[in-house]
Write a protein that binds this ligand. Structure first.
Ligand code: ZN
Length: 198
């Protein structure tokens, strides 16, 4: 007998009994046609590749200078973490904490948690505390705001360019790429097929 799962439509609450979906197909609500479930193609390998790329970009973004500022012959480079420390030193500890959590810690935790789920599954092993980690990923996902932070950096760079010479560092490029890779990694993730594999 084929395994069936019961899903409530998130738009109209209609209950559906669904058999396991073939790869690349989507189940729609009978009443309002909202997407109930979609079984993405080769989701495990694609998510794994995107999350490993994200981890490398995350490392580069944090290890190298974000921008260098040249003024009156003095050159100052700052990293992401250095920026957080500067904000803290200037008394803006609330903003420093906000940047630390939304631009560094939450995106980092999100990438690591996804790899924690995907790597064992790739080798046909069930990760420990799977449901807890899935809940954790879904809880912290809205708090990753690298795109907002990037917009903030670009606005301040444009303003600074008029007064001092600003040189973009390697971290700025990798951080920009990281935003797209993390978004791709999140959309490639298919929790339904993860449950099925586990
Ligand atoms: Zn519906």
């Amino acid at each position: 007998m084929k395994k069936k799962i019961i899903i409530a439509c998130h738009e109209c609450d209609l209950l559906h009994r669904i058999e396991s979906l073939p790869e690349g197909s989507t189940a729609l609500c009978r009443r309002c046609h909202a997407v109930l479930l979609s079984h993405k193609k080769d989701s495990l390998n694609r998510s794994l590749a995107l999350n490993i790329t994200a981890l490398i970009l995350f490392f580069i973004s944090n290890a190298y200078p974000l921008i260098e500022i040249k003024t009156e012959g003095i050159c100052r480079a700052t990293t992401l973490m250095g920026g957080v420390r500067n904000l803290y030193d200037q008394g803006f500890w609330e903003i420093a904490l906000l940047v630390l959590f939304t631009a560094i810690l939450f995106p980092g935790f999100e990438i690591l948690s996804r790899l924690y789920l995907l790597l064992p599954l790739k080798f046909y092993k069930k990760p420990w505390h799977m449901s807890l980690i899935i809940k954790f990923i879904q809880k912290i996902k809205p708090w990753g705001m690298m795109d907002v932070f990037m917009l903030g950096i670009l606005v301040s760079v444009i303003k600074l360019v008029k007064m001092v010479s600003v040189i973009p560092g390697p971290s700025l490029y990798s951080f920009f790429a990281l935003i797209f890779v993390v978004t791709g990694a999140a959309s490639a993730m298919d929790f339904h097929s993860i449950w099925e594999k586990a």
